[in-house]
Design a binder for this molecule. Structure first.
Ligand code: FDA
Length: 442
């Protein structure tokens, strides 16, 4: 990736000239009402909304393709929204910030658009809506709307400099567009001007898909602060004995309650060769900080302290693993898991009949089975994270329009902001909603 420089926000006012992109190697100057940096979910949605209002919109992206994350989302089927969207499904230093935009562009609005385009979709558990065929249906819908509303999308474009005009009437951007045929033509420098500048560069997750911290740099250039970022909706990693035990169960999945002092989720956990994944762990990762323990209730339907002490009365001759296997029925854990847990949690009592184990010890083990305490060594990080926690602090951004309160005509939308959704279509709904409210005013 090319290096990007951002200069201080002062420059002389320049006259703008209409021109055609890429027609010559000489620097050209192009004027737009709105320039959106980032052709992802929020940027495209903002573009089509502003385009519908008759604004001349340019979307620039350094990637060679628009909407790459949309294409890879939801396992290629894009979980584009959820039937149940509420502010409680979002994390932010200001939990109220997301309310206004989410109430002005609803999941039903997006579902309406999907239906209008006759995109087949289905509901999965917890109200999640996925495409039947391909995430590409959603991307093509957005691109069609952009085209219909005369939005220009310019890819392979690196932003080198952003300057605000001294009278705050707009911005001047110096960009470099990589030539389509490098053998014949070098990259061309352009000067772009706009009245409104929208930063829609997303978060840091999946750098190979074009994620950069550029949006944070732009925010800082104009005086905004950044809430420290970290990987969210991401698998946990473990080291040592626990790490080895987890690896040995790679591929096993079952329903648990994963929790910490902030939140709990009743969802499947998935053991992998790197650690713990699956919806339960991804959701919990949004609420986890380095060094903290997490807890897993392995038997969400039973109070295991009560269960084990009762089993002692009814089946005094049996072993712990036998009652866990035989008496729990459908809720019993896979045998492989049981043996691993036995090695970790009750090896000293593994071959002792229940009658010979003290009630307190059984109760203690029961509590552990309902709240297995694990301390992750970390997470898989941005390499596999679905989202980035933190981002541009919302305290100096209007929750109604996404406009900066520090720099007129500057906007931040989507994941670049300190708004992080749960797993389940919430992050796209935030991208659509924040893109929409900005698109209505830029
Ligand atoms: P997004 O990342 O979509 O777009 C940012 C754009 O900015 C990119 O096109 C990038 O190339 C561009 N850009 C970055 N830096 C730039 C620079 N310096 N110059 C120019 N352009 C630059 N959510 C959900 O609700 N349902 C789901 O099913 C999934 N699934 C999913 C799977 C995977 C694997 C990931 C990684 C993520 C998801 N998500 C998801 C999350 C969702 O994809 C994400 O929250 C939105 O795409 C965020 O939209 P944005 O527009 O903010 O950023």
């Amino acid at each position: 990736m090319q290096q990007q420089h951002i200069s201080p926000n002062t420059s002389p006012k320049i006259d703008t000239v209409q021109n055609h992109a890429g027609s010559t190697n000489a620097p050209s100057t192009l004027a737009y009402d709105v320039i959106i940096i980032g052709a992802g979910a929020s940027g495209l949605f903002c573009a089509l909304t502003a385009g519908k209002r008759g604004r001349r919109v340019l979307v620039v992206d350094h990637a060679n393709k628009a909407g790459k994350k949309i294409l890879m989302s939801g396992g290629g089927r894009c979980n584009f929204t959820n039937y149940d969207i509420e502010p409680k499904h979002y994390l932010s230093s200001n939990p109220h910030f997301c309310k206004s935009a989410l109430s002005r562009y609803l999941n039903w609005d997006f579902i309406g658009m999907v239906s209008q385009y006759q995109i087949p979709y289905h509901e999965r558990e917890h109200g999640q809506l996925f495409c039947d065929t391909s995430a590409n249906d959603i991307l093509q819908m957005l691109l069609t709307e952009c085209r219909a509303n005369q939005v220009t999308i310019q890819l392979k474009t690196t932003i080198q400099q952003i300057q605000a005009l001294p009278d705050n009437t707009g911005f001047v951007l110096t960009v470099n567009q990589q030539a389509n045929q490098p053998a014949h033509q070098k990259s061309s420098e352009q000067t772009l001007t706009c009245h409104s500048l929208v930063v829609a560069t997303g978060g840091l997750s999946i750098p190979t898909m074009g994620a950069t911290g550029f949006g944070y740099q732009v925010a800082q250039q104009f005086g905004h602060t950044i809430v420290p970022t970290s990987a969210g909706l991401v698998p946990f990693t473990f080291t040592d004995k626990i790490g080895d035990a987890i690896k040995s169960l790679s591929g096993v999945s079952f329903e648990v309650i994963a929790f910490n002092e902030r939140i709990s989720f009743r969802l499947p956990v998935l053991f992998t060769h790197r650690g713990l994944s699956g919806p339960a762990m991804l959701q919990l990762s949004n609420y986890w900080h380095v060094g903290e323990p997490i807890f897993i209730n392995l038997f969400p339907n039973l109070d295991m302290a009560v269960f084990l002490t009762e089993q002692k009365k009814q089946h005094p001759k049996q072993l712990i693993r036998t009652v866990l296997n035989d008496q729990i029925g459908a809720a019993a854990l896979p045998k492989k898991v049981m043996i691993t847990l036995q090695n970790l949690l009750w090896q000293d009592m593994a071959e002792t009949e229940l009658a010979n184990i003290k009630d307190e010890k059984l109760a203690q083990l029961g509590e552990q089975l309902n709240a297995w305490r694990l301390t992750p060594s970390g997470t898989e990080g941005y390499r596999t994270a679905e989202v980035t926690r933190g981002g541009v602090a919302t305290d100096k951004v209007s929750s109604k329009t996404m406009q900066s309160q520090l720099q007129p005509n500057l906007y931040f939308i989507g994941e670049v902001l300190d708004v992080t959704g749960w797993l389940g279509g919430y992050n796209f709904q935030w991208a659509w909603a924040s893109g929409f409210v900005a698109g209505e005013v830029v």
